[in-house]
Design a protein. Structure first.
Ligand code: NAI
Length: 248
């Protein structure tokens, strides 16, 4: 028996990186999975095949988490296909890094919409399902820069800070219905998102980390598994920093 046997999880942005690592771990722990991605590409289709090999039911949905309409549709389809959603992981996110002086309105709007509005979209769509089930765990992917701020990431940091406020509010609104809502704030995690940074920037991040290494997507997935499972049944409204001790 896995920690998530009998549960169904909906994970956004699961074609690679942290979202895919969470999907793989949840599958190994017995969860059926509804996975979303913005594009119907080889990366997504290969990820689905790889995750399916754990022997659970997996279905992919092409959906833009930034779209309110798409998010409602994907939740309706997932409920139709799996009859329930026990766990929602709002993972999809992007960066458009630049100093505020150079930031365009488009760069601001895109990051806020994809990172923050998406969390509103999916959570709003999933809450009625969880209310009916009288249980649920929602996990929102924030970032340590949402707590500490970061030069060159004012749009991204604002979106990730917004997620923390949203998480705390939702936890207060639906806690009495046995629905929990928590945030994960990863630090420097080695994925395609961080691969594009220069070697110098990567080195300077790692020097600030007491554990002296970048995190892996699996480090974040382990924390997500804890929050998704009954091991965290008395934890809600919290933000966990997954950052090798960088932020204390
Ligand atoms: P990634 O770029 O490797 O993967 C992002 C995933 O989201 C991809 O599957 C992509 O196709 C999907 N996606 C992008 N826009 C989408 C949309 N509008 N609708 C649906 N899917 C969409 O990124 P990574 O590193 O795996 O990050 C995952 C989450 O973790 C993001 O929210 C990111 O902000 C957060 N995070 C990452 C950190 C890192 O160091 N890599 C640190 C802190 C937070």
């Amino acid at each position: 028996m896995g920690l998530l046997t009998g549960k169904t999880a909906l994970i956004t942005g699961a074609s690679r990186g942290i979202g895919k690592a969470i999907a793989l771990l949840f599958a190994r722990e017995g969860a059926d999975l509804a996975l979303t991605n913005i594009a119907d590409d080889d990366e997504f289709n290969n990820a689905i095949k790889e995750i399916e090999s754990a022997g659970v039911r997996v279905k992919g949905y092409v959906s833009n988490a930034a779209s309110h309409e798409d998010s409602q549709r994907v939740v309706n389809e997932a409920v139709r296909d799996f009859s329930k959603i026990d766990i929602l992981v709002n993972n999809a996110g992007i960066t458009r890094d630049t100093l505020l002086m150079r930031m365009t309105e488009e760069q601001w709007d895109t990051v806020i919409t994809v990172n923050l509005k998406s969390v509103f979209n999916l959570t709003k769509a999933v809450i009625p399902v969880m209310l009916k089930q009288k249980s649920g765990s929602i996990i929102n992917m924030s970032s340590v820069v949402g707590v500490s701020g970061n030069a060159g990431q004012s749009n991204y940091a604002a979106s990730k800070a917004g997620i923390i406020g949203f998480t705390k509010s939702v936890a207060k609104e639906v806690g009495s219905r046995n629905i929990r809502c928590n945030a994960l704030a990863p630090g420097f995690i080695i994925t395609e998102m961080t691969e594009k940074l220069s070697e110098d920037v990567k080195k300077s991040w790692i020097e600030k980390i007491p554990l002296r290494r970048g995190g892996t997507p699996e480090d974040v997935a382990n924390a997500a598994l804890f929050l998704a499972s009954e091991l965290s049944s008395y934890i809600s409204g919290q933000t966990f920093n997954i950052c090798g001790g960088m932020l204390t």
